[in-house]
Design a protein around this ligand. Structure first.
Ligand code: HXC
Length: 260
């Protein structure tokens, strides 16, 4: 399906989704939220897709937030629906069952930082800037930022960034756990491609087991988290890929994982 604000491209088993509104710094309007949600659901259902890269078009912004021009006329009820729709997108990404990498080359502000934080791996250019500037608009984050930033960076940093609304650079974002890796701008594409290729070649059901155990486990008591881990570990033993991986190790060759 063709989208207006999201472009889709495949390279082997790597699907890249690009938010494509560069003249608005890829701001997330309602249509874009809907298109991204659909695009991620399609990627989840397509067995040929093993990893998703999420990017923003142009060199200035990953995503500069929710589209402020749409907000001015919102009633509280409309705002509630918009917040829920954005949160649903973030949950779709987080629970995709396949790894999602955010490639962040510029501004990741407000809803853009929230979008990045829903991704499993976040690779940033050293020129990227992060922030939750909603307070300056008389708002609060609405796409999960108060929750994911707190989980990633802790309560102190979450309160600092949300209350003061200032931007931070990529190095600080990395120290806080908001990004997983920072690279020079001219190495961003190659770094993300390399990580995506590695993930695309890995055993998909084992990747899913890790994602489920880490993400669901982070939200519950350790006993239940450990049960998620045991479940994923046991499921791996029902797969051809587990036999391929262990067999290849013993035969001193590279494994070839099929996803079954
Ligand atoms: C709508 C946006 C936008 C946004 C940028 N633009 N961000 N439009 N919503 N979030 C548009 C500008 O209006 C402008 O359009 C064009 O993109 C280029 O932006 P400039 O401001 O001219 O660029 P620059 O001076 O370089 O400044 C870059 C910037 C600034 C610092 C990133 O654009 C900025 O502060 N943007 C807003 C960031 C923000 O507050 N984000 C949080 C939004 S609230 P024209 O047509 O004039 O050229 C949010 C809440 C989520 O995300 C939850 C909702 C439920």
């Amino acid at each position: 399906m063709a989208f207006r604000n999201v472009t889709t491209s495949d390279r082997g088993a790597v699907r890249t989704l690009t938010v494509n509104r560069p003249d608005k710094l890829n701001a997330l309007n309602r249509e874009t939220i809907g298109e991204l949600t659909l695009a991620f659901r399609q990627a989840a259902q397509d067995d040929a897709v093993r990893v998703v890269v999420l990017a923003g078009a142009g060199d200035k912004a990953f995503v500069a937030g929710a589209d402020i021009s749409e907000m001015t006329a919102w009633s509280p009820t409309r705002a509630q629906a918009a917040s829920r729709a954005g949160q649903e997108l973030m949950l779709t990404i987080e629970r995709l069952g396949k790894p999602v990498l955010a490639k962040i080359q510029g501004y990741a502000l407000g809803g853009g930082m929230e979008l990045a934080m829903a991704c499993h791996l976040r690779v940033a250019s050293d020129r990227a800037k992060f922030g939750q500037p909603e307070i300056g608009l008389g708002l609060i984050p609405g796409f999960g930022g108060t929750q994911r930033l707190t989980r990633l960076a802790g309560r102190g940093a979450a309160l600092e960034l949300c209350l003061l609304g200032h931007q931070i650079d990529a190095a600080r974002a990395e120290r806080l756990g908001v990004v997983t890796r920072v690279v020079p701008a001219d190495e961003l594409d190659a770094t993300v491609d390399g990580m995506a290729d590695q993930l695309a070649a890995a055993a998909p059901l084992a990747l899913k087991g890790i994602l489920d155990a880490v993400i669901e486990g982070a939200e519950c008591a350790i006993d239940q988290g450990l049960a998620f881990e045991t479940q994923g570990f046991a499921i791996a033993f029902s797969t051809d890929d587990m036999r391929e991986g262990t067999g290849a190790f013993l035969e001193r060759r590279k494994p070839s994982f099929k996803g079954s």
